[in-house]
Design a binder for this molecule. Structure first.
Ligand code: KIV
Length: 290
């Protein structure tokens, strides 16, 4: 690419075209403009404004506490960063479960906030919902395996698809989602053999999280990857930084500097002109400190 040339924004068809091209897709979550700028500058393909915002930003123990207004608020913040990556808005619990009308209105709210596609959880039981959203020309990303919005039904955050029957259910769900028109499917916390079967069975990219390497792409949560959220570390998370520890260290050094009178320095201070301080009968602190 010529120097200074800005790469074109990624679109849904670009993502679909990447199936089987040998270069895995990269998706990372972001919830605000600075995190969106960071992941976009790093060159990710897709930014998911995930409902994990409930856990890693808002301090809840699960994802069930965010509303469509919360998700639109965070999606808009990400979109204001004008990322090149495809922005996908996550539909929160109860935003697509009540009626077709509410579902499409809620999907549209995420698009109006700046998403180019939406993601929702569930397999074959979501087909009508997916058709309704696709009917409004909004692309849909599926999400099966461990679907965190089903935490109470599952009895916790547990690996799914461990028995033969459960594995077959997941493959059948994936095939149905792809057939319905989902442009990609997130596979969360399933054995790698199941992810491989799904990836081979569908014509659209699979994006794994805790699903092993036989997927067309991988996704991690921004705060997990950077070590900002350290309350729980699932087995599948690889930490590339320890920003929470760095933040504690930096703030502690700031507090030490303030308490010891080392902050602010003269260079970090606005000074009045000598004539003004002299006329006021004040010592010019810049000169005193210099
Ligand atoms: O909400 C989210 O961050 C997600 C990812 C874990 C796939 O759904």
């Amino acid at each position: 690419m010529a120097e200074g040339c800005v790469p074109a924004a990624l679109r849904v068809p670009d993502v679909v075209a990447r199936k089987g091209d040998g270069v895995p897709l990269v998706m990372v979550t972001a919830y605000d403009a600075p995190s969106a700028r960071a992941v976009d500058a790093a060159g990710v393909d897709m930014i998911l404004v995930g409902d994990t915002v409930a856990m890693v930003v808002l301090g809840y123990d699960d994802t069930l506490h965010v509303t469509i207004d919360d998700m639109a608020h965070h999606t808009a913040a990400v979109a204001r960063a004008r990322p090149r990556a495809l922005v996908i808005g996550d539909m929160p619990w109860m935003s697509y479960h009540v009626s077709r009308e509410e579902t499409v209105r809620n999907a549209a709210a995420l698009v109006r906030a700046g998403a180019s596609a939406v993601k929702l959880e569930g397999g074959r039981k979501r087909l009508d919902t997916i058709h309704a959203i696709l009917d409004t020309e909004i692309p849909v990303m599926g999400h099966i395996g461990l679907t965190p919005q089903s935490i109470h039904a599952f009895g916790g955050f547990r690996v799914q698809g461990k028995t033969l029957d459960a594995a077959r259910e997941i493959v059948d769900d994936a095939a149905a989602l792809a057939e319905a028109g989902c442009f990609a499917i997130v596979l969360e916390c399933v054995p790698d053999a199941v992810a491989r079967m799904v990836t081979d069975a569908v014509q659209v990219p699979t994006i794994g999280i805790g699903a092993g390497r036989h997927c067309d792409g991988q996704v991690l949560v921004f705060h997990d990857l950077l070590g900002i959220e350290q309350r729980v570390t699932p087995k599948f998370v690889r930490r590339y930084a320890s920003l929470q520890a760095d933040a504690v260290d930096a703030v502690r050094r700031f507090a030490d500097d303030v308490r010891a009178g080392r902050f602010p320095s003269s260079a970090e201070t606005y000074h009045a002109a000598d004539a003004v301080t002299d006329a006021l009968g004040l010592h010019n602190t810049a000169r005193v400190l210099a």
